[in-house]
Design a protein around this ligand. Structure first.
Ligand code: NAD
Length: 237
């Protein structure tokens, strides 16, 4: 893998062993809520209090969880490779805290909030930012309400230009912990493969898009990745 352009895409399964729940594993519910009740623009319009409280709870949860061996292994891989791009669908900050220097958050981030007026994001993680009351921005003369800085279902993912640039050019494309249900993330493996990349999956169970992978490793990311990365790095030393 050394000397090859590598892209890694992670999903909720990469954070599962840190104690953050995925939602395809528990009856389509995310922390006991239907996704459409808490993770869509319609939900924010219809019941902003519920959506705000849901994401404030997720933001508070970040203080209680720690990166797991999968995060550490991917940070080590980035350290060893000259050209690795890490893209995540996860909104937590566990890759950063696990040592990954650069992370593309295609579905947004919990550590920041977004002004409804200007669209600007600001990092808001002080204890006073984590309560259940709505917060206002610090960017507008007349402070506006902040919304979660999350890409909800029906919204366009962030950084797609940079993502397609990396995926189009990569030699190896690795997916860790993703069910293959959420688009356009689920299609990136096909884009990479169509451009000639070797495609690798590390996931607890077979995802919807399993046919797009040349190499499949079924099991927990925290258990499998450290050894796999040892072997990928060892192969070409
Ligand atoms: P998903 O919940 O749809 O699928 C998770 C996948 O991970 C499943 O296929 C499951 O088999 C696998 N998995 C579970 N535990 C695993 C482990 N220990 N090791 C390896 N694989 C494991 O998640 P998704 O594909 O990322 O897509 C759903 C969306 O959910 C994302 O867009 C994301 O924004 C959102 N989400 C994010 C978080 C987070 O930030 N940590 C948590 C829940 C949901």
């Amino acid at each position: 893998m050394r000397g090859k352009r590598t892209v890694v895409l992670t999903g909720a399964g990469a954070s599962a062993e840190s104690g953050i729940r995925t939602f395809r594993d528990n009856d389509g519910l995310w922390e006991n809520h239907r996704v459409e009740d808490v993770a869509t623009p319609q939900a924010w319009r219809n019941d902003p209090e519920l959506v705000w409280r849901f994401y404030q709870a997720r933001r508070r949860q970040l203080r209680e969880v720690e990166p797991n061996p999968a995060h550490a292994a991917l940070a080590r891989l980035a350290d060893e490779l000259d050209d690795m791009t890490l893209i995540t669908q996860n909104v937590d900050d566990l890759h950063e805290r696990g040592g990954s220097p650069q992370v593309i958050h295609m579905h947004g981030q919990l550590v920041s909030l977004r002004c409804e007026g200007s669209g600007r994001s600001e990092i808001r993680t002080a204890p006073s930012d984590l309560g259940d009351d709505f917060l206002n921005c610090s960017c507008c003369a007349m402070p506006q309400r902040l919304r979660p800085d999350i890409v909800w279902f029906g919204e366009t993912p962030m950084h797609m230009e940079a993502i397609y640039r990396a995926v189009d050019a990569c030699d190896v494309f690795v997916v860790v912990g993703s069910s293959g249900h959420v688009y356009p993330a689920a299609d990136l493996v096909r884009v990479a493969r169509a451009n000639g990349a070797h495609t690798v999956l590390v996931n607890a169970e077979a995802p919807l898009n399993i046919e797009a992978f040349h190499e499949v490793h079924l099991g927990k990311a925290g258990a499998l990745l450290p050894g796999l990365i040892d072997s990928w790095l060892g192969e070409l030393t």
